[in-house]
Design a binder for this molecule. Sequence first.
Ligand SMILES: [Zn+2]
Length: 388
Amino acid sequence: MSAILKANWNYPTRVWHGPGRIAELPAACATLGIKRPLLVTDEGLRETPMIRQALALVPGTGLFAGVRGNPVAANIDAGLAVYRSGDHDGVIAFGGGSALDAGKVIAFMSGQTRPMWDFEDIGDWWTRADPKGIAPIIAVPTTAGTGSEVGRAGVVINEATHQKKIIFHPLMMPGVVISDPELTVGLPPSITAATGIDAFVHCFEAYCAPGFHPLADGIALEGMRLIQTYLPRACENGKDIEARSRMLAAASMGATAFQKGLGGVHAIAHPVGAFFNTHHGLTNAILMPYVIAHNRPAIEPQLAVIARTLNLPGEPYQAFLDWILAFRKRLKIHHTLADIGVPLTNSETIGHEASLDPSAGGNPLPTDAATYARLFRSAVKGDLTLAG
Ligand SMILES: [Zn+2]
């Protein structure tokens, strides 16, 4: 099986995919000319065998394991201090979405002189950066969801304003990605499900985003089909390497596709995550049906294609909505934001922040702050009729 599931892709970057390929970490460093890498990872992975193994593979590798879930600017500053004091010349971003994002931003900031917020993903602000000051990046995902390993941005919370800011530069695309499904077999079913649905939302929102991008559309459709088939298998048997392997690919496909755009699910999930520190994938998984109900008038043609791709008979909107609700239930995903401790308070602020979020630009239906606030309340209460 592993022979079939092993391949090298140059699409959208150099990806070494297959079980056991973490052993090629030294080759990845050599490929990018990295001699003294800093490995950046999540707090929760610090003591794990896979981090010890990675450190042993490339002697002299430094470790920064100070990235919390939903990383904040202080995490980046602390990582930069370790990077500079250790005279490192590249970053191995290793872990879930938070570690990948933080590792990429640390590599990006390592040789910049301006403050980080000057590089927020607004207009052409990325051109303010000195490209020679961006250290080479190897990405090693340990969840199948974020797709950050093939993305050109990192999300960091500005604690002063409770905003998730996207730091963007084309050269933040990792130079080598090692996609080793064996690194994901230990993920518990709940995290497997939440991260996997995040990948589905990436594909779904990208496909429904307005704009001419047939490449992204094709990738998004196949990504959704893979997740429909393999996410339940990965949740039910974490050691199913074929399911884990295809889910890792689907996660990279989601992030590849969303170069086209995202939409209202992410627009609301970002401020919810910034205010309440909720898990990004889980927040998206809960929000998705409410935003779909709202967007219905603008996405009927796209839903017809998605329903055909997922082999869902009947009227496409209802068939898809019924399927996604059943899919969530099968994966033991909650139906309401209240279930994960998000209160109704702050709904006007959440709505306002959602309307300003960069993802809002990809929502198929123009949606104002008051409407985002209503969608947020509908997801807290679990009332789909409030959304549609
Ligand atoms: Zn996401």
